[in-house]
Write a protein that binds this ligand. Structure first.
Ligand code: FES
Ligand code: MG
Length: 626
């Protein structure tokens, strides 16, 4: 039988998809398709298999990524779902990023992964795509790439790890990594104990088992209407429920594609509307999510070409926070682990709990074709005693509102972020004190425990130089340690401010993501000096340095002169010495090669999501975001 694909008298229908989609041109489309089939047949495929809709499966397995250890099993389960629904699964890799094996930081590589994801979705003949991911930066990178590529897309979360147990006490990465290491340093537990703890903190594959960035992003995926509500965000990586989510995702991708082909647009740009993102922000606040998720959400939102979506800013995150109670009792804000949240009913239970508050935009679309409201109607949830312990009822929240707050003021004209619910000394949420300034991480490490450091419990610890460009990748160094001499006096919390990030598993009165960052020669945060009075009022959402406008202008002008002298004369310059290396990154970035050069020339500021300007809807030339 003549194969119509090679019949030169018949045009190749472009809407059929499968091997026929996104044809690279080798002269003419018939020949391109002919060649494509030559090569894919090298893998043993038949014409019959190749006539099916193709569902790509992005496999992010890596020997360096325990958070994705179950990816091979998920791929198998996913394939089962795709085949049973009449599609052809095609698995392919992208880069894999784990928090501990991504020097200098995983954040530095997030945009690279998003570009890899976008371009491989676009390049290959896939009609729809499932992306397997879980570790902190993966889900953001995949959502960013998928929105830009805009083919029908469903994320498949790898799922949290199980908690471990040491002497009958549950432990889990990574809130307990910090707690236990602090106990060991303080001599409260010995070498044998810490070795036992090390064996148990990650007792199975899967993502960190607390409400850190990975879990936060998984819950956001459910809130965006992109995964199964009961298990998609919370089922453990090693559970059979997780494999069923994978099989379901496979069938759902084929269903989604057939809807798409029969006229209901099912691309991410169409499914994800303003309502979807406002729901995501509501959930972020209700779970007491990671501050990192704010950076990721802004990056995802700023990929979307619809002005209704990309007009969402940090201001919306703060406003939604004021109305949204914190309901989930998980570490680091509370006590439980992700498996507890799953056993309590997961995101389905949380969404049903929130429903009567009217905070959810129920008309938001989902991957099923139903609205969020219709999905909730068709999957009821009845609360039970245990569920209300982990998912607090609206009337008795863990924290009444504003778990995550956005502050502004002359110190951060474009905004900064604090997780008020994780503050350990609530008096610090309204506070004035003298600045104790560190120019960068090295300076901090050298002086923080100096017995002669001029610091008291009322001081405000300022760490400059860890912003997106100042310390490429914006490290999670924002949890500045309490100076040892104050720690010895029993001080457990101080107001700490930086242009960097903090691990989603950490807590304290910590202000992060100051924008513009200190390395920017125009930044007011960059000219703060020891002894300047810093004032924070979280209730009023303000953060300022009490110096006059004239003094600010004078210091910025002086700094620019020093910078000019510094770049003119190299490291030896007298004028540049006090700059402590902070400006090196800023001035040298035009000369950097490779990915580092691309990163430093194009990364935008924290309030925009630290994406590359040329990948955002704003486009090239908006890198510094001023
Ligand atoms: Fe991967 Fe924590 S290290 S989720
Ligand atoms: Mg993390």
């Amino acid at each position: 039988k003549a194969n119509s694909d090679y019949d030169l008298s018949r045009p190749i229908p472009s809407d059929v998809g499968g091997m026929r989609s996104s044809l690279a041109s080798y002269g003419d489309p018939h020949f391109s398709l002919f060649l494509r089939k030559v090569f894919i047949k090298g893998l043993g495929y038949t014409e019959e298999a190749l006539s099916k809709p193709i569902i790509g499966i992005i496999n992010t397995f890596s020997a360096f990524n325990p958070c994705h250890a179950n990816a091979p099993q998920l791929v198998e389960a996913c394939k089962r779902g795709i085949l049973s629904a009449g599609g052809l699964p095609m698995e392919f890799p992208t880069i894999s990023i784990h928090e501990s094996f991504s020097s200098p930081t995983s954040m530095y590589l997030r945009n690279l992964m998003s570009m890899d994801t976008e371009e491989m979705i676009r390049a290959q003949p896939v009609d729809a795509v499932i992306a397997i991911g879980g570790c902190d930066k993966t889900v953001p990178a995949q959502l960013m790439g998928a929105i830009s590529a805009n083919k029908p897309f469903i994320p498949l979360i790898t799922g949290p790890m199980m908690p471990g147990s040491v002497k009958g006490v549950r432990v889990g990465a990574c809130t307990d990594c910090r707690n236990n290491w602090a106990k060991y340093r303080a001599g409260e537990i010995d070498l044998e104990d810490i070795m036992a703890v090390n064996e148990e903190l990650a007792p199975t594959g899967g993502t960190c088992g607390v409400m850190g960035t990975a879990s936060t992003m998984a819950c956001i995926v459910a809130a965006l209407g992109l995964t199964d509500l009961r298990s998609g965000a919370t089922a453990a990586a090693v559970s059979s429920a997780r494999l069923r989510v994978a099989e379901h995702t496979g069938t759902a991708a084929v269903t989604m594609l057939s809807k798409h082909k029969s006229g209901t647009t099912m691309t991410p740009q169409s499914i994800l509307t303003r309502d979807s993102f406002l729901n995501a922000i509501t959930i972020l606040q209700a779970i007491g999510g990671s501050t990192n998720a704010i950076v990721h959400l802004m990056a995802i939102i700023n990929r979307h070409p619809d002005p209704n979506v990309h007009s969402i800013t940090l201001k919306d995150i703060d406003e939604i926070g004021r109305r949204t109670p914190l309901l989930i009792d998980l570490k680091p804000s509370g006590e439980g682990y992700m498996t507890d949240f799953h056993n309590a009913g997961g995101m389905l239970a949380l969404l049903h709990t929130l429903r009567p508050s009217g905070l959810l935009r129920e008309q938001a679309r989902t991957y099923t074709g139903q609205t969020l409201g219709e999905m909730l109607d068709s999957t009821p949830f009845k609360s039970f005693a245990y569920s209300s312990q982990i998912i607090r009822p609206l009337a008795v929240p863990l924290y009444p509102a504003s778990s995550l707050c956005v502050l502004r003021g002359n110190l951060a004209p474009n905004g900064c972020v604090t997780k008020a619910s994780a503050s350990k000394d609530r008096r610090l949420l309204k506070h004035s004190g003298p600045a104790c300034v560190f120019a960068n991480s090295k300076d901090l490490a050298e002086r923080i425990d100096d017995p002669n450091l001029n610091v008291s419990k009322d001081s405000v610890l300022i760490l400059q130089g860890i912003g997106p460009i100042g310390n490429p990748g914006m490290p999670e160094a924002g949890l500045i340690p309490i100076p040892r001499k104050l720690g010895a006096q029993g001080v457990v919390d101080m107001l700490r401010i930086s242009d960097g990030r903090m691990s989603g598993t950490a807590g304290g009165t910590v202000v992060l993501h100051v924008s513009p960052e200190s390395a920017d020669p125009e930044s007011v945060f960059g000219i703060v000096r020891d002894g300047d009075t810093i004032t924070i009022d979280v209730e009023a959402r303000t953060l300022s340095v009490d110096i006059s406008h004239e003094e600010i202008k004078k210091r910025i002008a002086h700094r620019k002169e020093s910078l000019a002298a510094h770049s003119g004369q190299g490291q030896a310059s007298e004028a540049g010495k006090h700059l402590n290396g902070r400006e090196d990154a800023w001035s040298d970035r035009t000369r950097m090669r490779g990915y580092r050069g691309l990163y430093e020339r194009h990364v935008n500021q924290g309030h925009l999501g630290c994406d590359f300007d040329f990948l955002t809807w704003q486009g090239p030339g908006t890198g510094e975001g001023r």
